[in-house]
Design a protein around this ligand. Structure first.
Ligand code: SF4
Length: 243
């Protein structure tokens, strides 16, 4: 499936240990931009509705739209913009919208009135970095009326036992990523391996999407440039698939 990015707003507030070295803050700092200010995107707010000269949508059907990866979809400041985005998501029901969040506790107050009847094209991916945050957020995720649920363990900071949530049969994917850029904390491959085994036990699809910049495998430390993190994780996936 083709994937494209859509960031209808930008900026976020650190709210969790996983936010310490947030990549949004790191990248914005290079342009002296204050990531703590949440702004509506001028150029891409209506991206999924944009058409080419022939009148076709620029984003073709069946594309996965990675939505709000430089903010949090459920952040308070987006209150006045969010309904319009839900309308766009409903209009483009030929696309799949992947929405990550650390603010799943705000979900119920942020959904549209017709949520129960529609929005089969939305996947909510709850991001957690350690056992405590997984327990806080996934117990909420499991209780919510969401048709497609994923777990992002990103940045993974320790082994996380997801068993109580995997056994519900509600989680469609667990995706792991290490932390990137300067000051990145360790991602230990032993944790990744054990979580993969847990997913296998409950037959939940698993993905290791990036190693992080500070990767430990078999007791050895690797400093991996961000441009190579995805490739290295892809290679590691071949090993994991043979566990
Ligand atoms: S919630 Fe996500 S985008 Fe927001 S500060 Fe934390 S890591 Fe960054």
């Amino acid at each position: 499936m083709i994937t494209t990015m859509w960031n209808p707003w930008h900026g976020c507030h650190k709210c969790s240990p996983g936010c310490l070295n947030c990549y949004v803050y790191f990248l914005d700092s290079k342009y002296n931009k204050d990531s703590n200010i949440v702004t509506k995107s001028k150029s891409s707010f209506y991206l999924p509705l944009k058409r080419d000269k022939q009148g076709n949508f620029k984003i073709p059907s069946n594309t996965e739209v990675a939505t709000c990866f430089t903010s949090d979809f459920f952040i308070e400041e987006a209150e006045e913009w969010r309904q319009e985005v839900w309308d766009i998501i409903r209009q483009r029901n030929d696309l799949r919208f992947l929405i990550p969040t650390k603010r799943i506790h705000r979900f119920s107050s942020c959904i549209p009135n017709d949520w129960a009847d529609d929005y089969d094209n939305v996947t909510i991916a709850v991001s957690c970095e350690n056992q405590q945050k997984a327990e806080e957020r996934l117990s909420i995720l499991i209780s919510l009326p969401i048709k497609h649920k994923q777990v992002f363990l990103s940045p993974l900071l320790e082994y996380v036992d997801l068993s109580p949530y995997l056994l519900t049969g509600q989680i469609e994917l667990v995706s792991i990523g290490g932390e990137s850029y300067e000051n990145a904390r360790i991602c230990n491959f032993d944790w990744v391996k054990q979580i993969k085994r847990d997913c296998d036990l409950y037959q939940v699809p698993f993905q290791f999407h990036q190693t992080g910049s500070n990767f430990v495998r078999d007791g050895r430390h690797y400093h991996i440039p961000h441009s190579k993190e995805h490739d290295q994780a892809r290679k590691a996936m071949k090993y994991l698939n043979n566990l």
